[in-house]
Design a protein around this ligand. Structure first.
Ligand SMILES: [Ca+2]
Ligand SMILES: [Ca+2]
Ligand SMILES: [Ca+2]
Ligand SMILES: [Ca+2]
Length: 462
């Protein structure tokens, strides 16, 4: 009995010490290596006070990054890992523009014909008084901002009732008056005329998919997170990312679902696993090809259309990448990758080497101004002859262990904790949360037993 107590106590003590050391070590390491991270108030203060010292390496053209923040922000008032923000870096590496007025930021796109004006998708979680009878609601909208002057204007917005979660993650402008909107809440894509306010076209996923497919119906069935206007065989279509169906579909405005064009299949995770932000590269730039953040697989991939089917033509990942949600092919053949749980935006060259990197807390999407919207200035990997890259097989043991865990576990841990907490520190925190109370309980009960046995003996002696 005593032996068992001692071994249980020793085991718990070792777990507490080890996990505590991992957490403290991770924190100290993060503090030491802390290049300035957006979401850090010092960036905002520096920008507002006019401090224009560089925070990232120089790189031609302005780079704009939109970030969302972690689950705690949506659900309670706990400190966020990174404040949601829109940040732009100037070519010399200083902060060119900064704002954090909205609850979340999602897609950002350059406005064509301008040097440094963007349109972005935002969400604002509203209070009951603004929700017309509901206890919560969210305003989803599109706003335009001139990054040079800070001049802003609202483009379009709607309120999603009853939900404190953000339901538009992407919009594609298709003319002076019209936006193509990816509506997660409605599992649909629609074209809205922002001048008249009228919906001019709509595709509802229910018209082509059964509700047994994808995610939980109706709560988060398709998680339809991206849409792009494309031309297929000379006619207009919407390319749509059905994240929870692991597939990208093409829907002609007049032709409906173009089934033979579908990339991926529900649950076929070798092709795509809950992807974000597919970009279409047309035949005239070496396609048809689709460059996409294959998020749960921890890579960015490209598929090339060959004889009427999709073939993987390129993939990129390194030891750090975790849950990438955007990749843009640039005119110089490089690729701008938004590595959400890796807390960075990186530009990789044609050989897969990182040539520029910005540390940014939990980025969603990035654009390099002057290179076209998303990948619209870039060529396909096949045309460029890009080399694929995968993590170094000789990487540290932690990476191999991480690779052996289900991606959802790793990404889930990374999503929940502050940015310096990697998945290993996250597991250590969880271990500490279980081992420490258990150790205290064991000690307490042991002490209780001791009192219960000795007191009567002492009492007897009297
Ligand atoms: Ca964009
Ligand atoms: Ca867009
Ligand atoms: Ca993209
Ligand atoms: Ca992008």
């Amino acid at each position: 009995m005593a032996l068992r107590y001692r071994s249980v106590r020793s085991l718990l003590a070792v777990l507490v010490v080890l996990s505590g050391a991992v957490v403290i070590g991770g924190y100290v390491h993060a503090e030491r290596t802390n290049d300035r991270v957006t979401g850090d108030p010092s960036i905002e203060q520096a920008f507002r006070s006019g401090d224009r010292s560089p925070v990232v390496a120089p790189r031609p053209n302005v780079t704009v990054v939109a970030t969302d923040s972690n689950a705690f922000v949506a659900d309670d008032n706990a400190a966020p890992r990174a404040q949601a923000e829109l940040v732009a870096f100037a070519p010399d590496g200083r902060v060119y523009y900064y704002e954090n007025r909205h609850t979340r930021y999602w897609d950002v796109d350059p406005v064509s014909g301008t040097d440094a004006t963007v349109e972005f998708v935002y969400a604002d979680h509203l209070e009951a008084s603004e929700c017309g009878g509901e206890s919560v609601c969210t305003r989803n909208g599109v706003e335009r901002v001139n990054l040079t002057t800070g001049e802003r204007s609202g483009v379009f917005s709607r309120i999603t009732p009853g939900k404190h979660s953000t339901r538009w993650h992407d919009v594609d402008r298709i003319g002076d008056d019209r936006l193509l909107v990816a509506d997660i809440d409605g599992d649909r894509v629609f074209v809205v005329n922002v001048t008249s306010g009228l919906t001019e076209w709509e595709w509802d996923a229910q018209s082509d998919f059964g509700v047994a497919s994808g995610g939980p119906f109706p709560d988060d069935w398709t998680h339809l997170n991206d849409v792009e206007h494309v031309e297929i065989d000379g006619r207009g279509a919407a390319m749509i990312s059905l994240r929870n169906h692991d597939q990208v579909v093409f829907v002609g405005y007049e032709r409906g679902l173009l089934e033979e064009w579908t990339l991926g299949a529900d649950g076929d995770r070798d092709v795509l696993y809950e992807q974000h932000n597919p970009d279409y590269i047309p035949p005239e730039r070496g396609g048809p090809a689709v460059l996409v953040g294959d998020s749960e697989n921890g890579r960015v991939v490209e598929y090339q259309r060959v004889d009427g089917s999709w073939e993987r033509s390129w993939s990129w990942s390194d030891e750090r990448v975790q849950w990438p949600r955007d990749a843009d092919r640039l005119p110089n053949g490089h690729t701008l990758v938004t590595d959400s749980n890796g807390d960075r935006v990186v530009e990789i060259d044609r050989t897969g080497e990182i040539v520029w990197s910005a540390t940014v807390g939990f980025p969603y999407e990035s654009e390099r101004l002057g290179t076209g919207d998303e990948s619209s200035g870039g060529q396909s990997a096949a045309a460029l002859g890009l080399s694929s890259r995968s993590p170094d097989a000789d990487a540290a043991g932690w990476s191999r262990l991480e690779a052996a865990l289900p991606p959802k576990v790793v990404n889930g841990v990374a999503y929940l904790f502050p940015r310096w907490v990697g998945w290993i520190e996250g597991l250590a925190v969880l271990t500490l949360l279980v081992a420490l109370p258990t150790l205290l309980l064991v000690e307490y009960r042991r002490a209780g037993v001791t009192v219960g046995v000795r007191s009567p003996l002492r009492f007897d002696r009297k």
